[in-house]
Design a protein around this ligand. Structure first.
Ligand code: SAH
Length: 348
């Protein structure tokens, strides 16, 4: 019978310290191991070179280290790097490094597949297979931080939860991962540099606000008209805009942090004046800004990026109401690394 060893990374620092004292060693040995695991990203006990051979042997006998593995890596002409990440059970998720002149942004996944069914998103075709655990999320960030240092000579500056999955449907694990990303024991990044992007789960947005989280919130809105939104994001039927805007108001009232609305303008779907008017009304509920993102085709034959005139209409009408709007160009399109294109395409 195969003995399944406990993953050492499931232990807190306190538990590690306790493990060593109860095995006749010093508590600080736990700190050393913790540092190897979480700051130095060790994948093998033998990497922990300041521990004696006996100690490493003893740990190997008791534990495993279930780390993720960068299985494939593609580099786009614009410098974007897409990673296929193999998890300990063989499943694959994707994470992306997006370098710009000033920033290095990691776009990470929170689930294998996704339980939502946004019609324009490639990941929705995979269905949700499982949630990622906190370490699997954290490890993606560490792997991309290393790539950023290696290829661009600087550490990560920003993290966005805009990869595969709906982060608020895996809330506890996402929060634990962010704790580690922002703690001194982990990467020590500022929570201000982290954005959680959600399709908009009202109850969870309220909970996040009540939990006092310190990161930023982006909502994939795409339409502020219920019938339109439901037709492209069917879960809007269960979580209608009325509930969403109430939750967002609650978020702003408790956090004082402005919300970003992500929005793609599609031909014949949301490209008219009344669509913009509805968005302007929606923006009144809580201080917010609008990010118009480019559509990344997923070969569905239904969705087509609206023309420049429609984008201009949005920009001018929003600006006339003093709503900040940015038009974001897509990155990594040539390697299917752009928003909504993550679908393990090159995997059998
Ligand atoms: N589930 C989360 C995070 C993943 S999607 C969310 O919905 O926010 C990350 C962003 O990519 C979202 O704003 C989503 O609406 C957008 N997106 C999905 N498919 C896209 C596509 N084909 N082209 C452009 N953006 C897309």
């Amino acid at each position: 019978m195969k003995i399944v060893k406990k993953d050492i990374r499931a232990l807190s620092k306190e538990e590690l310290r306790f493990f060593f004292t109860s095995n006749g060693d010093k508590a600080f040995r736990g700190n050393q191991v913790y540092e190897w695991l979480w700051q130095k990203g060790a994948h093998h006990f033998d990497d922990m070179t300041n521990l004696s051979k006996e100690t490493r042997q003893m740990m190997r006998a008791n534990f495993s280290i279930n780390h993720i593995k960068v299985d494939s890596m593609q580099r786009s002409l614009d410098g974007t790097i897409k990673n296929g990440i193999r998890l300990h059970d063989g499943m694959i998720v994707e994470s992306v490094l997006i370098p710009t002149a000033k920033r290095s942004t990691a776009c990470v996944s929170s689930q294998v597949g996704c339980s939502l069914d946004c019609k324009f998103c490639a990941t929705s075709r995979l269905k949700r297979m499982r949630n990622l655990n906190p370490d699997e999320i954290y490890d993606q960030v560490v792997a991309i931080d290393r790539q950023s240092k290696l290829y661009y000579g600087r550490p990560l500056s920003n993290i966005v939860f805009m990869g595969m999955g709906e982060p608020l449907m895996n809330y506890n694990n996402v929060l634990k991962a962010i704790d580690k990303i922002t703690s001194k024991d982990g990467l020590g990044m500022s929570p201000k540099r982290v954005v959680v992007s959600t399709s908009g789960v009202p109850k969870m947005i309220k909970k996040m606000a009540d939990d006092g989280v310190k990161f930023n919130l982006a909502v994939s809105l795409h339409s502020a008209i219920d019938s339109v939104r439901t037709s492209i994001m069917p879960f809007n039927e269960t979580f209608p805009l009325k509930d969403l805007r109430e939750a967002l108001k609650h978020w702003y009232d408790s956090t004082s942090r402005i919300i970003t609305y992500e929005y793609v303008v599609w031909e014949g779907i949301n490209d008219t004046k009344s669509d913009v008017e509805a968005l302007i009304d929606f923006c009144k509920f809580a201080p917010s800004k609008v990010n118009l993102i480019e559509y990344n085709p997923i070969d569905d034959g239904i969705f087509h990026q609206a023309n420049n005139a429609a984008i201009e209409l949005y920009v001018s009408m929003l600006e006339a109401k003093n709503i900040t709007v940015t038009v974001r160009r897509s990155r990594g399109k040539d390697i299917d690394a752009a928003c909504g294109q993550l679908a393990n395409k090159d995997k059998s």
